[in-house]
Design a protein around this ligand. Sequence first.
Ligand SMILES: Cc1ncc(COP(=O)(O)O)c(C=O)c1O
Length: 363
Amino acid sequence: MNKLTSQLSLLEIEESLEAKISNYQVSKPLGFGTQIAPVMAKAVYEDGKWGPLEMTACEAFDIHPAMKAFHYGQQIFEGMKAYRAKGKGPFLFRADQHAKRFNMSAERMAMPSIPEDTFLEAVTNVVYRLKEHVPQEDGESLYLRPLMLATETGLHLSPSTSYLFLAMASPSATYFSPGKVSALIERTDARAAPGGTGAVKAAGNYGGSIRSSIKAKDLGYQQTLWLDAVNKKNIEEFSGMNFFACINNKLLTPELNSSILPGITRSSVLKIAESFDVECKEQDINIDELVEAIKSEQCTEIFACGTAAVISPISSLGEKDGTKYELSYKHEDLLWKRIREELVGIQLGDRDDPYSWRSLVSF
Ligand SMILES: Cc1ncc(COP(=O)(O)O)c(C=O)c1O
């Protein structure tokens, strides 16, 4: 192919991509993560280096059944959001932190790191192309899903020599429908063990949590609350969110360890709460002591936080025999609400951004 022909075919690919984007229509209700936008960023790692980042159609492609990601789980991902509202944005929130965590996941799973600039260019480019499709109603956003998978074919257990990086998007509504969330205290299964992969976003962590989520749903709960794998005594987190409890006017969250994901929302919540002069403590939270604090009403609020769920109050914790520990939320001036308003205000560009968490997507 001579240079002119290859430039022409690149032009055709670009035109067909632009046509796909301009013809793209989301259907309502949006749901969460169910509608996949037609464009994605892509880069291939081979011979010890990353190739160029390309923008391409997000559609089915050929994969060999012996690809290592299918067999041995070298597969990581991120979850982040772009926001647009009231004529402002699109904004990314703490995208640099997501890039860093992606590489922490890569390191734990013996996968190659990707230059942070490449990661950021990928998500920025996807958001820019989809700027007219970032939904703008209350709670809506463009959910972004960067991922990396091992693509070498072969059935021997060894690190892959080739990888694929993709960044796709899904115009989405809120993760939980309005109303409070109840969580099952998981006393049998474990999500992640010390020294395992729980502190990173390895796909297998989530596969291992699905059985419990089915059990929780069957019992009438919306979420699983995971305890430490060894003694099943200390609270770790929810399947896709970190845990906070307000006890005696102190905001408590489990201290990070090798089995808890260091949530970017979690660190934002701590910063915001401190700016409100709320005393915050990262420490072990024993489940039996927490239950007692709920019963004695010393525990006044529990909430889950994460990119997808933002900040969601927990109405009750419960056991598999149906015993429930309900929180009353009867006092005024709920902390979860104040923190959420500040966080969402920063994300949407409605409030000052003293920590420089927000970045405008423009080229
Ligand atoms: C297991 C787990 N915990 C916590 C979180 C919250 O993390 P973040 O606030 O960075 O979205 C997530 C979501 O990424 C998660 O998957």
